[in-house]
Design a protein around this ligand. Structure first.
Ligand code: IMP
Length: 346
């Protein structure tokens, strides 16, 4: 059976400019409040082992965003890392749904964690429901629960009914994700966000954001937060060492590893190898060194502030109310990318 919803993603649409009565883009606000907690910027660093350890968490929360630590370490290491954080109340922990999920939650909540992320590749599932209910039963409203990932209204509604405060949206859009190629499943991310926003919960746009413009489109489509993996990969604050590769002309390139958590490489590192009944649903890459993450955060936030004024919106809620998307053609997309002939200097 074919769904009558046409799936669109960021590059399929453009936001149509609206009247702007705001004097300066410095006058807009980008705050977002969820479950009684306010974040100055609507940005979250992804819980991937090559993106968010303590250094990234500290940098992201210094700017007023949220960070979610990855969980690919022992519970003891996780607790020790959590205790070293500068802003523990703005940093989430990730627990999954396995045997270790509740003991990990217990240890970290005792250490002061309040934001708990229960995310698996296919979040519209009984096990995720069970884990959310167990967390709620034990810790009530003291904790904020993020759950995912889903990409449909039914999935978001299911997690919201289970008790999640925040729904994480994205099946297959990630920059190191091969879920759609390997399984045929997924929903183009803009449509996924528009569907999931229909539930009365905060939503996180997770995956596929490759530019500040995509971030604005995600927020305009209904996301309260954007989660970034690939855009932050290769910055100084990500875990892992830089590598230097010699080029054929003698010059050197500085690189860092970035990988999907369902890649063969990550599964070999953390699950003792890839079981024969499974296939990798992620890839591993070497990305160029990007310098301090501050540059990426400022670039994205600059785009969001400017985007708000193109819409004539003082804040993200207004952007969501006023935003008008136009579906575009490949020629329209091409027109919108810098295309002057000549050598690019900066
Ligand atoms: P990005 O910002 O486009 O790089 O997307 C980051 C998101 O990709 C993460 O937050 C996860 O939801 C998702 N992701 C991470 N690893 C994998 C994987 O191995 N397969 C599929 N999705 C992944």
């Amino acid at each position: 059976m074919m769904s009558n919803i046409r799936g669109l993603t960021f590059d399929d649409v453009m936001l149509v400019p609206g009247y702007n009565g705001i004097r300066s883009r410095q006058d807009v606000t980008t705050n977002v409040t969820v479950a009684g907690r306010t974040f100055e910027i609507p940005m979250i660093s992804a819980n991937m082992d090559t993106v968010t350890g303590e250094t990234m968490a500290n940098a992201m929360t210094d700017f007023g965003g949220m960070a979610i630590l990855h969980r690919f370490m022992s519970i003891e290491e996780n607790v020790a890392m959590f205790k070293r954080l500068k802003h523990p109340k703005k940093t989430g922990i990730s627990i999954g749904i396995g045997e270790e999920a509740l003991p990990r939650a217990e240890a970290l909540i005792s250490a002061g964690a309040e934001i708990i992320c229960v995310d698996v590749a296919h979040g519209h599932s009984k096990e995720v429901n069970r884990t959310i209910r167990q967390l709620r039963e034990k810790w009530g409203q003291h904790i904020m629960i993020i759950a995912g990932n889903v990409a449909t209204y039914a999935g978001a509604d299911y997690l919201s009914a289970a008790g999640a405060d925040v729904i994480k949206v994205g099946i297959g859009p990630g920059s190191v994700c091969s879920t759609r190629i390997k399984t045929g499943f997924g929903v183009p991310q803009l449509t996924a966000l528009q569907e999931c926003r229909k539930v009365d919960r905060c939503i996180i746009a997770d995956g596929g954001i490759k530019s500040p413009g995509d971030a604005v489109k995600a927020l305009a489509a209904g996301a309260d937060f954007i989660m970034l993996g690939g855009m932050l990969a290769g910055t100084d604050e990500t875990p892992g060492e830089f590598m230097t590769r010699k080029n054929s002309d003698g010059s050197e390139t500085k690189l860092k590893r970035f990988r999907g958590m369902a890649s063969r490489e990550a599964q070999e590192d953390f699950m003792g190898g890839m079981a024969e009944w499974k296939t990798a649903e992620g890839v591993a890459v070497e990305v160029l060194a990007k310098g301090p993450v501050k540059n990426v955060i400022l670039d994205v936030m600059g785009g969001i502030r400017s985007g708000l004024t193109y819409c004539g919106a003082l804040n993200i809620k207004q952007l969501q109310r006023k935003a008008q998307f136009m579906e575009i053609t490949p020629a329209g997309f091409h027109e919108g990318t810098p295309h002057a002939s000549g050598r690019l200097t900066k």
